[in-house]
Design a protein around this ligand. Sequence first.
Ligand SMILES: Nc1ncnc2c1ncn2[C@@H]1O[C@H](COP(=O)(O)OP(=O)(O)OP(=O)(O)O)[C@@H](O)[C@H]1O
Ligand SMILES: [Mg+2]
Length: 186
Amino acid sequence: MIITLANGKGGSGKTTLAVLLAHALAESGKAVSVLDLDPQGTATNWLRESGSKVAMYDPARKYEAVFIDTPPRVEALPRALASCSVAVLVCSPSPADLWTTRDTAAAIRPHLPRGARLRLLFNGVQHNTVLARDLPAIAERIGVQALKSTISRRQCYQHAALLGWQALDGDAREEIRRAALEIITA
Ligand SMILES: Nc1ncnc2c1ncn2[C@@H]1O[C@H](COP(=O)(O)OP(=O)(O)OP(=O)(O)O)[C@@H](O)[C@H]1O
Ligand SMILES: [Mg+2]
């Protein structure tokens, strides 16, 4: 199963979540890899430097899940979407980011393979805010189905780039695990 993480806007959390979601599934015993299509190579460096158990994608091998990290440019998306089962738009819950995400969704749709799903994953959510309560309605307004799982704003996600999965506390691991399972099933 191929899961493509995308957004035309930079810094929404694509790389962070590609690596962490992959790690959560690898922890559960699945054969998982990350395909880094961003020329910046952030995911590649992350996996190398943090000693992650997640593999870099090797075309000679078979995986149960491949997470594709993409650069923040819609031109890069057709290749990244070509064989995907799910395209996940990673988006902060701010209105400006949602508008960019709506544009990205429009650019993505013509390239989605038949039967592939398009889902919104809110990242950097601050719970107990008015915005956090209205997320499903906000997603509906831009016409993309949101995953029930959302990812909170947490410092440990920043630390994970250097320290790996062990930087995450129990709540963070559970949040990522739940999102990963929803992405591969819902
Ligand atoms: N949920 C979160 N909580 C706290 N910090 C986060 C969260 N998600 C991402 N970040 C931080 O935000 C910054 C941008 O994240 P990331 O590099 O994953 O975004 P990106 O979409 O891959 O960016 P680009 O488009 O430039 O490739 C990083 O410093 C990362 O640690
Ligand atoms: Mg990135």
